[in-house]
Design a protein around this ligand. Structure first.
Ligand SMILES: Nc1ncnc2c1ncn2[C@@H]1O[C@H](COP(=O)(O)OP(=O)(O)OP(=O)(O)O)[C@@H](O)[C@H]1O
Length: 579
């Protein structure tokens, strides 16, 4: 679909609930234009009937002049109320659109975020939706209003003197030509400015997210330099756009205005006109000023509309992204038994990460997963979490294929403590609760189990203490404890731990391990570990190697495999610990 079609489709969708307001708005716009068109007609009548013949019929003069004034006032009032109404429509539409885009982004599959650039995505939800609002105000109010005024004025002119009106009509192709030239001149800089604005957002987001790396590698100057150069390019592009406006658009349109007035007056000058026509001349001179201004308005909106159309098209493309497939069956996570059946998966289907993997994990058991970096451990959990869909094979929980388990049942049945403990910029309570409306007691029980209750109480506002953005106030180990409490608070049947205790000191880890071991037998636990001490007691340990299960057994069994991967990993870690 072309950009323009994408934009129109989006506007249609966004405007649908406002249809009544829009029709009413149109009605009022037409009324205001008609009232405005009536002014010069009344003026003409005053000149022709009273001023030139010197017929001073005061009541009639009063009616004509008073009528002209009243028309002008009424038109201004209607226009003002209209502006409020349309601004309301625009703001409500953009509000709805923004919420829709954000909800849509939240429901996109994880694969989308592998490629998405955060800054750009943020820009879609904030700036682009705002530009769509501009499209509403510009198109609906300025353009439509101007168009109606032009049509109304031209009709009044035709009624007065259609030949003269035809002369004024030349104005339209001339304006179109000027606009076309202007667009050709300014379009490259408009496109460039748009791209550069998006780059600036992306650069900001990237350097803020990676600030510690930027500062630790002493790259501030380089990043500032890169930003400055993008910013300079944006300035140059914007200036080029302004130059096109200042050197071509305005002067050409102003010239057109003057030329037209001169022509109309010249035509009158050449004719031997009677006094009657002075009124028509007055009306025409008034009308020309009224036609040229809206035409200028229409053309001046073009560069903004160009930008807004691009934004709307981008928002529409984002809204067209396929959402993650949600489970919608009646399946439940009741016991927590997991079964991988010949599962094969690659983020890129041509580069498989897991090969024909089969694994049965009984309910209530504790499974450890180990293997070299990149062997596919996190990928295994991501598949179980439905973040990605395997290209072959099937994963089942309690006999139900994953997609036959309804979303709510699935997410409350399966808990995750991720590798990177992500915290919200909110209170400790909110971070454990995560909007599940848990009671304070449930939250505290989970925090105690994760051994983080005391820590939270020692903060200045206890459970109400703000964690700062991404939990900047806490150490990584403390963040991991909160993430564990968060997972436990949901009372999942299956608990997935992806290096959940890697940053926690040995002493605290022992306490957390004790808490986790209390769950043994009640909750199925699948734990990825680099530090093998954390899974020593697992019922079974799966050793992954290049996406295959290379070894499987409990700690003692695996240690028996001479020159086995597990044995080597374990001995290496013992050695490290000894040093
Ligand atoms: N989102 C992704 N998009 C594309 N490839 C990915 C993605 N995530 C992981 N991979 C690739 O898949 C392979 C397995 O990665 P995975 O994260 O599962 O390994 P891992 O065993 O958990 O490693 P680690 O111990 O370092 O966490 C790696 O080759 C990695 O490059």
């Amino acid at each position: 679909m072309s950009e323009r079609k994408q934009a129109i489709s989006l506007l249609n969708k966004a405007a649908l609930p406002e249809r009544r307001h829009l029709w009413l708005g149109l009605f009022w716009l037409i009324s205001a234009a008609l009232l405005e068109a009536a002014g010069p007609l009344l003026g003409k009548a005053f000149i022709d009937q009273h001023l030139l013949p010197r017929v001073l019929n005061w009541p009639e003069i009063f009616m004509l002049l008073g009528g002209g004034l009243a028309c002008g006032w009424a038109a201004s009032l209607i226009r003002y109320m209209q502006l409020l109404r349309l601004a309301g429509v625009a703001m409500r539409s953009v509000k709805r659109l923004r919420e829709q885009v954000y909800s849509h982004v939240l429901a996109l599959p994880m694969a989308y975020f592998d490629k998405a650039i955060t800054g750009q995505l943020v820009s879609r939800v904030t700036n682009d939706t705002e530009s769509v609002k501009a499209l509403y105000v510009q198109v609906l109010f300025v353009m439509l209003d101007s168009l109606i005024v032009v049509l109304g004025t031209l009709s009044a002119m035709a009624w007065l003197n259609w030949r003269l009106m035809l002369m004024v009509l030349i104005l339209i192709p001339a304006v179109v030509l000027i606009v076309w030239l202007y667009q050709r001149w300014s379009a490259p800089s408009v496109t460039k400015a748009r791209q550069l604005r998006s780059d600036i957002n992306a650069q900001m987001a990237e350097s803020i997210a990676g600030m510690s790396v930027v500062q630790a590698t002493n790259s501030e100057q380089r990043f500032a330099g890169r930003f400055q150069s993008t910013n300079n390019s944006l300035y140059a592009a914007r200036m080029a756009e302004l130059r096109a406006n200042a050197w071509l658009l305005r002067p050409a349109l102003d010239f057109l205005n003057v030329a037209l007035l001169a022509t109309v007056i010249w035509v009158f000058g050449k004719q031997s006109f009677s006094g009657l026509e002075i009124g028509v001349l007055y009306a025409f001179v008034s009308y020309i000023a009224r036609v040229v201004e809206p035409l200028i308005q229409i053309t001046m909106q073009f560069s903004q509309i160009q930008q807004a159309v691009v934004s709307a098209a981008r928002v529409n493309v984002l809204l067209g992204e396929k959402q993650a497939i949600n489970g919608d069956g009646q399946g439940q996570v009741s016991q927590g038994a997991v079964h991988f059946k010949d599962v094969a998966f690659g983020y890129d289907a041509r580069l498989p990460v897991l090969h024909d993997l089969s694994l049965t994990i009984p309910a209530g058991s504790f499974y450890g997963i180990v293997g070299h970096t990149g062997s596919g451990k996190s990928t295994l959990l991501s598949l179980l979490l439905r973040f990605y869909t395997p290209q072959a094979g099937q994963i089942e929980i309690d006999g139900f294929p994953l997609l036959e388990i309804g979303d709510a049942a699935f997410r409350s049945g399966v808990g995750l403590v991720p590798q990177d403990p992500f915290l919200l910029a909110s209170s400790a309570r909110d971070n454990i609760d995560m909007g599940r409306k848990l009671s304070q007691e449930e939250i505290e029980t989970a925090a105690k189990a994760a051994n983080v209750h005391e820590l939270i109480l020692s903060l200045e506002n206890g459970y109400d203490t703000d964690m700062g953005e991404s939990g900047t106030r806490l150490s990584t180990g403390q963040k991991q404890l909160i993430a564990i409490a968060r997972a436990l608070a949901g009372k999942p049947r299956i608990l997935l731990l992806d290096e959940a205790t890697s940053h926690i000191d040995s002493e605290t880890e022992q306490i957390v391990q004790q808490a986790l071991s209390r769950l043994h037998g009640k909750v199925t636990m699948i734990s990825i570990a680099h530090r093998l001490s954390t899974i020593r007691d697992a019922d079974q340990i799966i050793v992954l190697n290049h996406g295959h299960i290379a070894e499987k057994g409990n700690h003692d069994e695996l240690m028996q495999i001479e020159r086995g991967i597990y044995q080597r990993l374990y001995l290496l870690q013992q050695l490290d610990a000894g040093v």
